[in-house]
Design a protein around this ligand. Sequence first.
Ligand code: 3H9
Length: 688
Amino acid sequence: MSVTKRNEADVGYVEIDNPPVNAIGQSVRQGLLEAVRWAEELHLTRVILSGKGRAFAAGADAREFDQAPLEPHLPDVLNAIDESFVPWIAAIDGVALGGGAEVAMACRMRIMSPKSQIGMPEVTLGVIPGAGGTQRLPRLVGLAKALDMISLGKPLKAAQALAAKLTHTVEDDPLEEAYMVNTEELGCIVPTWELPAPEHDASLITKARATIAKKSPQQIAPVQAIDVIEAGLSIPFHEALPIERAAFLELKTGDQARALRHIFFAERAAKMPDSIKAETVALDHIAVVGGGTMGAGIAYALLNAGLRATILETDADGVARAKTNVEALIGAGLKRGLITEERAQGHRDRFVASTDYAQAGDAMLAIEAAFESMDVKKDVFAKLVDALPKDAILASNTSYLDINELVANLSDPSRVVGLHFFAPAHIMKLLEIVRGAQTSDTALATGFALGKKLRKIPVLAGVCDGFIGNRILARYREAADTVFMDGSTPWEVDEAMEMFGYAMGPYEAQDLSGLDIAHANRRRQDATRDPNRRYIPIADRMVELGKLGRKTGAGWYRYPGGNGKVDDPIVADLAIEESHLAKRDRTDYQAEEIKERLLLAMINEAADILDEGIAQNARDIDLVTVFGYGFPRWRGGLMHYADTLGAQAMVTRLRELSQEDPVAWKVSPLLERCADSGTKLADARPRS
Ligand code: 3H9
């Protein structure tokens, strides 16, 4: 039963009951339509509509979007509610989003509980409101607010909805309040569809277009949303609805909506694999080794989740630095209104920084975020073994190092797991959980449980150099450096990737993180690098020149006065010089080819990562690339995008590229298998 109805005398109670979040699928639409007819037949004086459980309604059931729409369609159901002679009241206790908000707006009145939210997040799924939202919302809240809410997709809290006049009132018990509404007053409220549309205001429309061009460049849905809202301002309500509907239906099956849906569901499917069956250790007190940017960020994330955090440092200076770093994060949280003064005090009360490992004596999990050196980390683990309970889990935040080597001296290596956070650790949602050869299920389960507490997106990874994300990143940079050396410039490469949808290209991004990190990594890899692999020396030259990125005022770009980036001809000359020395002809790469090379390099590497079982499936790689590495969300992640190219086309092109360099462009066997069998990467599994 997706919709239940009952009446007490002349008051009808209709409840949407479709757990977990009352998504509006076919049976809910059918149930609501039947309820309209039922209320009319009984001549009820009002219908009070609510949602069972934690949501009023989370919107249209996005799982239905891949199928042809089934009757009754939501716009027709909502017209029936809006036009009914029985007035409906939406009693909202929880979220009313997308189609859920549209249902509420078709009601004569809305009453929200203080914790409720209402909004139109359709653009985040690559569509626009498709059941009258683009027409009812402007009639209720005015043009400026409606443009804002629909094109940006950000919901309003109850108090904000009240200020915007989207809800009539905010009450602790919306159901009771709806019952108390005076029948005569209710009867005087004009149905939403009969309200006049706001006046056309070209300046508001232009402003909204400019905002989305900046905030969501290349995304179609926000642009269409504004167009449809604008169209509706000068025509009757019922003429505007088909325009909205046509735009919604077209967007729904388009590439961007498919990609955004894929990521939406992938995010929710990111959970501990069923095969891991173990209890977790207690997570109330966690030790963090190292109070630098990463360690402090992790500690702050733990404090935000209500846990106790103890940072362990080597000396008094380290302790002072850790305290300063954590206090700076607390201060920033306060300044941005993310935490209250009371919570900030709670954070301080649950935080300790010390050189004394005994301070963490009861912690059942320690996360080391010490300097990226095998010796340093081994030393830290030895100290943790001595200080913490013998069954405590020891996690390493290493970005590249071999977890299996890290545990070599431990009597119980099963306690160790990789927990790879991304900077800033309290903001970035990705958490790679790295399984070493001997990692126990308890250690893995603990990693996943921590991920859940911190509201991260956990992705299981196997051991290899760079795990999932940094291994793909290394190949991305190698391909970028090769294109640069062979004929391009960092700014041409960056521009090509920005045109693809990255917020910034690989060179600008590296200037932010610093060129020294990758340099140290290359030195670490010197001993094991395939001698047949072409080595691009430009990044090393940059480090020799002291061009380490923004922190030194210059990297791939110059930053005069610490301000915006400026192209640097000296950097361009480096590549000309190096390719001359290497006796290589330079090619004038166009943006399309630069983009193709960088993306194919990453896809090919990612296919190997999947084939080797480092990643469990393509979906996890999509999550890693989107949530850790800035891959455009609206392209659905690296592997989802690859599937739009098709394995056959990719293999054909990779074979051409391998004529140029058979080592760097060696075609992934998994891609070849997908091409041969016509399988999508989304369905591919590691080789057995
Ligand atoms: C729309 O409405 C178009 C209309 O204008 C036009 C129609 C004609 N569909 O996030 P959670 C599932 S477009 C299907 O973990 P939370 C979700 O996959 C829609 N399923 O919980 C998960 O499943 P599982 C506009 C949905 O408490 C489970 O519910 N609406 C939908 O952290 C729990 O979800 C939106 O964009 C859905 N619409 O957060 C809102 N929503 O258990 C999208 C959720 O199998 N939803 N599920 O993993 C959300 O933002 C959050 O889910 C919400 C709850 C805030 C509601």
